[in-house]
Design a protein around this ligand. Structure first.
Ligand SMILES: O=C(O)C1=N[C@H](C(=O)O)C[C@H](O)C1
Length: 295
């Protein structure tokens, strides 16, 4: 299982490929994974936002994990698997975290409980109960999606819990991150691609980045350069990614990403499960222009 020191580098949140009829497309998933497992990434995240966790059942998560483990077998390096287990219900998050441990999760990604807008104490209690399961937890703070903003003090108290190994910071800016570095908390992974350089140049331990699905080696390079102190070249490498990142998040993630992967022939279709849907024709044209050599 992962510990704090292992949180270093690029974790790729995988998409969940679907056939046009909405069923899981495991052939595409295997093909797509084959490419990712050859990259110098530190881990895969299954059932994150990019994996459309809102519409993927737990049985399907288990299928994805088994397929990932089978694809990983026989490769020189064992790439860790992080499984998204967070829901807006403590009991189901605890159950999913236990089950994730049983199917071989190296860590779990637990989003702040969304929609019901619990108090700061309620959220702390949620994480306290999930941490008791004993599978390492990466806390996922994404107020734009959850509808609840944690105070720095709540985050610090959550991060102090035994079993919590780090934070995926998608708080929407750099303010939280700079406060956390000042408080010298456990590792922070960037969870908002556009802030990746800013965060790693100031000590973030890596990132969980949807953009790393397409430009994997480029994100790996930014991290490698920044962590050896070559900030000039890290910034240069990141600047090349910025127009791509901007387009990738112009419409809701993972719709643009799925379109790109399908356009590149890595997955067979850009199908998303409703209420998510395909990107506009305008964005398709912009992505074609932004990313040369798509095919
Ligand atoms: O799936 C994830 O994990 C990510 N989710 C973010 C989001 O869409 O909110 C983006 C990030 O790149 C990875």
């Amino acid at each position: 299982m992962l510990n704090e020191q292992d949180l270093k580098g690029i974790y790729v949140p995988v998409v969940t490929p679907f056939l046009p009829n909405g069923e899981l497309d495991m052939d595409s998933y295997r093909n797509y994974l084959g490419g990712l497992l050859e990259q110098e990434i530190q881990g895969l995240v299954i059932n994150g936002t990019t994996g459309e966790s809102a519409t993927v059942s737990w049985e399907e998560v288990v299928d994805l994990v088994q397929t990932t483990k089978a694809s990983r077998k026989g490769r020189p390096r064992r790439i860790p698997i992080v499984i998204g287990t967070g829901t807006n219900d403590t009991v189901s998050t605890v159950n999913r975290t236990e089950m994730a441990g049983h199917i071989g999760a190296d860590a779990v990604l637990v989003v702040v409980p969304y929609y019901c807008r619990p108090s700061q104490e309620g959220i702390l209690e949620h994480f306290r109960k999930v941490a008791q399961v004993g599978v390492p937890i990466i806390v996922y703070d994404v107020p734009s999606r959850t509808g609840v903003r944690l105070t720095t003090d709540t985050i610090r108290r959550i991060m102090d819990l035994n079993g919590v190994i780090g934070l995926k910071d998608s708080s929407g800016g750099l303010e939280l991150f700079s406060e956390l570095t000042r408080l010298d908390t456990k590792p922070v992974l960037c969870g908002e691609d556009i802030y990746f350089y800013a965060m790693v140049s100031q000590g973030a331990c890596g990132g969980i980045l949807a953009s790393a699905n397409v430009k994997t080696h480029a994100s790996v390079d930014v991290f490698r350069l920044a962590s050896k102190g070559d900030l000039v070249n890290a910034k240069r490498a990141f600047d090349l990614l910025v127009p791509f990142i901007q387009k990738l998040f112009q419409e809701s993630n993972p719709s643009p990403l799925k379109w790109l992967l399908a356009r590149q022939g890595i997955i067979s279709s850009d199908t998303l499960r409703s209420p998510m849907g395909p990107i506009t024709k305008e964005l398709q044209m912009e992505l074609e222009r932004t990313i040369p050599n798509l095919t």
